[in-house]
Ligand binder design. Structure first.
Ligand code: PRX
Length: 641
């Protein structure tokens, strides 16, 4: 067991001791309904549920707490007024450290959420309406989500780094009639023209909404369209706005995420199960103690921000940090400045940020105090042991346990992790299943693999935080997650289980890549490329990248008569950024006269992956290719040398 790292003595770990984990885990899988009905008591319900799970994976129909009713804004805000009205709920740290930040107590948060909810109502938003939120990382982003939950509207947050085209696709897919945005946002002193992007999205054919609510953030000049666009300041009001009682299975939000085929899917989460799941996981995984400051560096545009900036911490009455900026502005010590300034106790960030900061040397870290830190978390992609050790030894001074949390947009919250006071850690391993989670490894034919072995990661039983559907397309939900291995939820990840029953996520086994912790479908980048009028065909694969985890490698064939050039490379990169956003920028584009296909016309991606990985010694059998000589030309023209 040489890969165990000595467990640091937990300073405040009161939540789960090793034996308690074993007992609770057993209980959670032997009597899931009893266990999850008990956990549901963490929340305030208008009607306490008496039914646990009502679910089937074949046919796919997932429900929890069907006879319960509640409101998550009430749980995140109003119910704390009784005993923590004056406790800080959210601390805002602006992009520029010299600008004024602010903090909101639970009582102030209550007032502001009501202001936002009233503004939404004034625009005509009602229960069940979809509201697209396209915001910078500011308090009003959180308010927008909570205000939707308060009045029963379904939020669909779109990451502020997505382009107008991508935003428009997400507005039309869920027939959202309302958008909340800000004038502009700031990231590392760069201006993000959010309102102008909304205008551009709404100018595209077939995209139309009834109202746009605009938060004044930077004060930049923007266009306002009479009748459609409204300043938040003009519509907000403090008249009473009670929380709408919601059935447990009423939708809470839609969040678009990438898969191996087609355009992003609107993953649908509902109210009761998601609330219980985020509240329970936040409490155990971060071992949160009253009064501690919790900082999740994600953006609310991703599920991590939903579950661990907004719902999990606030339902638990925590104090959280909302950071507008980036880790390297004004310098690479910004994270640690923020830790010291706000006395952060728990830091939850992504391996890509850890690797980028590690590269800059230890001085940026060691020159800051960091003694407030108690626990560190990692999420979004596998963390390589080298980055893990740096995080543990340099950032956490070997004092702070690390929780490496594996989960997905579809899982709602953490699924596999060590618990800080219950388990020893192994660098690079997420650890043990959370309560109620029953992982299973299967081979490509679906045969169950036992013991210490590697396979495809499935989950055999439902859990309250599980996504319920793909918005407007339940068949796609079934097809994507439950058809590969009938009767099981297939995660799309490969995974190894060791002799200690620890799980090691090896990465995606489908055509999804993970670039800086952002999930991207290779099919999306391919569709964007072929929209360019010079491109005939494209195939996109991931390759290992030192900082980003994976980089984007594109193979492109051009239409007859077109010539490749440096300029065309730049043009295609710009084109993909325009269609999707900067996070999808290709790292390499290899122009080729053909793509390796079988005689039946199927692209052999395995070969393209190997060449992009610079591992063309092991290409395997290429004899079934329609044109075997193409492989030599592809190797000759490879870009990632
Ligand atoms: O491949 C896994 C990887 O991120 C995918 C989920 O991405 P997304 O839905 O965007 O959610 C990210 C944040 C929860 C997974 O299928 N992933 C996430 N966390 C880890 C991880 N891979 C390894 N270790 C992790 N801790």
């Amino acid at each position: 067991m040489s890969d165990f790292v000595g467990r640091p003595a937990p300073q405040t770990g009161t939540h789960c001791k090793p034996k308690q984990y074993d007992a609770l885990y057993r209980q959670s899988v032997e009597d899931p309904d009893g266990f999850w009905l008990e956990q549901a008591r963490r929340l305030d319900w208008y009607k306490q549920p008496t039914v646990g799970g009502s679910w089937s994976f074949d046919p796919v129909d997932i429900k929890w707490y069907t006879d319960g009713s509640l409101n998550l804004c009430h749980n995140a805000v109003d119910r704390h007024l009784a005993d923590r009205a004056d406790q800080v709920a959210l601390i805002f740290e602006p992009d520029d450290p010299a600008s004024a930040g602010r903090s909101l107590t639970y009582s102030e948060l209550h007032g502001e959420v009501i202001g936002m909810a009233n503004a939404l109502k004034a625009m005509g938003v009602g229960k069940g309406d979809r509201v697209t939120i396209y915001m910078p990382m500011v308090i009003e982003g959180v308010l927008s989500m909570l205000a939707c939950a308060r009045i029963g509207a379904i939020h669909s947050v779109v990451f502020g780094g997505f382009s107008p085209e991508a935003l428009a696709g997400r507005i039309t897919d869920c027939q959202s009639r309302y958008v909340i945005t800000a004038d502009t946002g700031l990231r590392g002193s760069k201006v993000v023209p959010l309102k102008a992007n909304v205008d551009a999205a709404l100018a595209l054919d077939g995209v139309d909404v009834d109202g746009v609510l605009v938060v004044r953030h930077t004060g930049a000049a923007i266009n306002m369209l009479e009748g459609r666009d409204h300043w938040f300041d003009d519509l907000k009001s403090d008249v009473d706005c009670p929380c709408e009682p919601m059935a447990a299975e009423d939708p809470l939000f839609i969040l678009y995420t990438s898969g191996s085929t087609g355009q992003p899917k609107g993953v649908l989460h509902t109210t009761g199960g998601y609330g219980v799941w985020t509240a329970t996981t936040f409490n155990y995984v971060f071992d949160y103690q009253p009064g501690e400051v919790f900082w999740c560096t994600a953006d609310i545009g991703w599920v991590t921000g939903h579950s661990y900036i907004v719902y999990g911490p606030l339902i638990n009455g925590a104090t959280g940090v909302v950071f507008e900026g980036v880790p390297n502005y004004p310098d690479h010590g910004r994270f640690w400045d923020i830790v010291d300034k706000h006395q952060v106790n728990i830091l939850y960030t992504a391996p890509t940020a850890i690797r980028a900061l590690m590269r800059e040397g230890d001085d940026f870290v060691t020159s800051r105090d960091r003694s407030s830190l108690r626990l560190l978390g990692s999420v979004g992609e596998p963390i390589n042991p080298e980055a893990w050790r740096w995080y543990f030894e340099v950032v956490g001074d070997k004092r702070c346990p690390i929780v490496d949390t594996w989960w997905q947009t579809e899982t709602g919250g953490v699924m596999i992790t060590t618990l800080p006071s219950a388990h020893d850690m192994k660098p690079g391993s997420a650890g043990k299943p959370f309560f109620g989670i029953q992982p299973q490894l299967v081979d490509n034919e679906g045969a169950v693999l036992d013991g210490a072995i590697e396979g495809n990661l499935c989950i055999t039983h439902s859990w309250p935080g599980q996504a319920r559907s793909v918005y407007g397309d339940h068949d796609r939900f079934d097809q994507t997650y439950f058809s590969t291995y009938r009767g099981k939820y297939f995660t799309g990840d490969g995974c190894r289980r060791d002799g200690d029953q620890y799980y090691w996520i090896t990465g995606r086994v489908d055509d999804v890549i993970n670039v800086s912790g952002h999930r991207m479908g290779t099919a999306e980048v391919e569709s964007a490329l072929v929209l360019h009028d010079k491109v005939a065909e494209s195939a996109v694969v991931g390759y290992p990248h030192d900082i980003k985890g994976q980089g984007i490698y594109c193979y492109v064939t051009l239409n007859a008569g077109e010539e490749h050039s440096e300029q065309l490379f730049a043009e295609l990169r710009a084109h993909v950024r325009k269609e999707i956003g900067p996070i999808a920028s290709p790292d390499h584009i290899q122009f080729t006269d053909g793509l390796p296909k079988t005689r039946s016309g199927k692209i052999m991606r395995r070969i393209l992956r190997k060449i992009a990985e610079n591992d063309y010694g092991a290409l395997g059998d290429t004899s079934t290719l329609a044109d075997p000589s193409l492989v030599d030309r592809l190797i000759e023209g490879r870009q990632n040398r």
